[in-house]
Write a protein that binds this ligand. Structure first.
Ligand code: GLC
Length: 649
């Protein structure tokens, strides 16, 4: 027991010590650790807050955040404090080669939170160390954007269970070596959320939580430079609210009210919510739509510098009060903006721990369609190195559509036009191009810009559905290889690979959403299937499609776990080979070099063996062992969709 008297050098640490004295009567167990962390991360908190707010406003906010950190820490259950200590001793847990993510909707995967606990063996079998359960907090009734319109952040959606069930599940997951990720939707709340209801009832404090305008002057001025996220079913970025007789900022659907993060009250609410969720056993918060938090006239109101200051401040609060909590940024933005979410310049290593590698995902699809990896390599080369303490979340599919975030300059570097290549990809993935293997659907066609995005399951997009319809075993074999090749890039990149529920079984598009009135107008539901457990039961039968796909995906995880060189502290270097259809991904690690080769075409390909670098001429081992390749006359010869992870034997 330590008496709370310590005064420390840094301002935040003193504020934390003050708050601790105010909130406790005398000595508090663990206070030394808390104060040590306040000294360690206090400067971060201060830098984040002062990057966004001026003088007295920043001072007041720092004091409030210190108080929130202390009150969150005071009620943190002991097992989670133990977890904090363990994580601080192993801060790279999410970077390690054994880190493997699985992403699922609670109800669609297992009915309820208790149901998820009953399927923990399935998750373990796949090697899962990180489970992202899609939105599960209480949404508004009716349409709710797949749960991304939250009406109560402190309650679980009734049909899934309760907050107590979530805590129970977190404990079960932790006992099984699995971290729990949930969404923190922080750009907007449901219009039914009490803050929005209070605003409508005329409460000025809560009206100031939102961006509210009496007339169209400001909305029109903003609209001049704002893109549209849902041009099809939610055009425009502002919604008229008859009760307030005013316009409200609604970037997404009209029932999702954007929050005003320039208001310190909003910052404090979310700091408090974040610790509330961490104290339930949540290990990672997926910061939903984080790019949109800050609005600035004359811009697209995405990726504004203040977003990073706010993230830095929130992360510092978490590090002080609940240090095992990590952040994953969901910023589906252009390549040039993406790495900032892991931090560049003064923010390097001070913002999110994880970020979705949207560019890699898009480029894998583009490479499969064009059988050409040059654009992938050039686009990824433009990325500055990420901070060594962070990791990409790599993925092939998720619950959202695929938007063609391809830079015009990058496309130009291989002689393609940006808009025409993006349009080509949309046509390809709906099956409207000669030779296409894909069965996707267009999502949110923007008539004004000609842009469109793609929905569809991984298996349907790589050609499994087409092959099954054609009853052509050769096409099916190619499609399975294509899926394996794509997932091998995802698992081999370094960073936490996210397996999207159903991909491990090759699940096809699911049209049942069309019969569900709440989902029928949003075809993203075609790739949000219910887990067919009867199909999953055949996963060990290698004569079935699901058995074959499952074995390949599970094997990727098993091999990955055994390779220290895949630790995410080290960068992957995607590299061109002498053959545009063959991608090399080079990793140089003190534990040993790894050269990955991927043939993104349906034909045999050869490339110059010089790409093997120091491995050239030595006895090689292909850790994946899934493709028959050979080296001949200074060339590596690769079968269709080969995926090789090569090291010295
Ligand atoms: C994120 C989610 C997406 C949702 C949007 C608005 O991008 O992934 O499904 O529509 O945020 O919350």
């Amino acid at each position: 027991m330590t008496a709370v008297t310590a005064r420390t050098g840094s301002d935040v640490a003193s504020l934390v010590a003050d708050a601790l004295r105010a909130q406790s009567a005398g000595a508090v167990t663990g206070a030394d650790d808390l104060l040590a962390r306040a000294r360690r991360w206090g400067p971060d908190l201060e830098a984040g807050v002062r990057a966004v707010f001026d003088g007295p406003m920043a001072d007041a906010l720092l004091r409030r955040l210190a108080g929130i950190a202390v009150s969150g820490w005071m009620v943190r259950p002991q097992p989670l404090r133990d977890r904090d200590r363990d994580r601080l001793l192993r801060p790279d847990w999410f970077q390690a080669p054994d880190a493997l993510g699985y992403v699922a909707y609670t109800d669609r995967f297992a009915g309820t939170l208790d149901g998820v606990a009953r399927h923990v063996d399935y998750l373990r079998e796949l090697g899962t160390t990180y489970l992202h359960l899609m939105p599960l907090l209480q949404p508004r009734p009716g349409a709710n954007d797949g749960g991304y319109a939250v009406a109560d952040y402190r309650e679980v959606r009734g049909d899934l269970g309760s907050m107590a069930d979530l805590e129970k599940l977190a404990t079960v997951l932790h006992e099984n070596g699995i971290a729990l990720t949930i969404d923190l939707v922080l750009n907007h709340v449901a219009r039914e959320h009490p803050w929005a209801a209070a605003a409508r009832a005329g409460d000025p404090k809560h009206r100031a939580y939102f961006h509210v305008f009496d007339d169209r002057r400001m909305p029109d001025a903003y609209e001049r430079t704002l893109p549209e996220v849902f041009p099809d079913f939610a055009p425009g970025n502002f919604t008229w609210d008859p009760e307030m007789a005013a316009w409200v900022w609604t970037t997404f659907n009209d029932y999702q009210w954007d929050l005003n993060w320039a208001n310190p009250d909003v910052v404090c609410e979310f700091a408090d919510l974040m610790l509330f969720l961490a104290n339930r056993g949540v290990d990672c918060l997926r910061l939903d739509a984080i790019a949109f938090l800050w609005k600035r006239m004359g811009t697209d109101c995405q990726n504004q510098p203040e977003v990073h200051g706010l993230t830095r401040a929130l992360r510092a609060v978490a590090r002080i009060a609940a240090p095992s909590l990590v952040f994953k940024a969901e910023a589906i933005v252009a390549p040039g903006d993406l790495v900032k979410y892991l931090g560049v310049g003064e923010y390097a290593g001070h913002v999110s721990d994880l970020a979705y590698h949207n560019s890699l995902m898009v480029q894998i699809w583009s490479a499969l369609a064009t059988k050409d990896v040059r654009l992938l390599v050039r686009a990824l080369h433009r990325f500055p190195p990420k901070p060594t303490t962070t990791a990409w979340a790599t993925y092939l599919r998720c619950h959202d559509d695929i938007g063609w975030a391809i830079d015009d300059t990058d496309a130009g570097s291989v002689g393609w036009g940006g808009p025409s290549h993006r349009a080509f990809l949309s046509r390809w993935f709906v099956g409207n191009e000669p030779g296409s293997f894909a069965r996707g659907e267009e999502f949110q066609v923007n008539e004004a810009t000609g842009d469109s995005r793609i929905s569809g399951s991984a298996a349907s997009l790589v050609g499994v559905e087409q092959a099954l319809d054609a009853q052509d075993p050769r096409l099916l074999d190619l499609a399975v290889r294509r899926l394996h090749c794509a997932y091998a890039i995802v698992y081999g990149f370094g960073g936490i690979p996210l397996l999207y529920m159903g991909d491990e079984l090759g699940l096809l598009n699911d049209s049942s959403y069309l019969d569900e009135p709440e989902h029928a107008d949003d075809n993203r539901w075609m790739h949000r299937p219910r887990m067919p457990w009867a199909t999953a039961a055949r996963r060990t039968d290698l004569t079935t499609l699901e058995g074959r796909v499952y074995a390949l995906i599970k094997h990727l995880g098993d091999v990955r776990r055994s390779l220290p060189t895949l630790h995410a502290a080290v960068e992957s270097r995607p590299t061109e080979t002498s053959n545009p259809s063959v991608l090399a991904v080079l990793r140089s690690h003190a534990a040993g070099d790894l050269v990955q080769l991927y043939n993104v075409s349906a034909d045999w390909q050869r490339c110059d063996a010089g790409v093997l670098g120091a491995l050239y001429g030595r006895a090689l081992v292909d850790h994946l062992g899934a493709s028959e390749f050979y080296v001949e006359d200074g060339q590596v010869v690769l079968p269709p969709y080969a995926a090789l992870w090569l090291a010295q034997a």
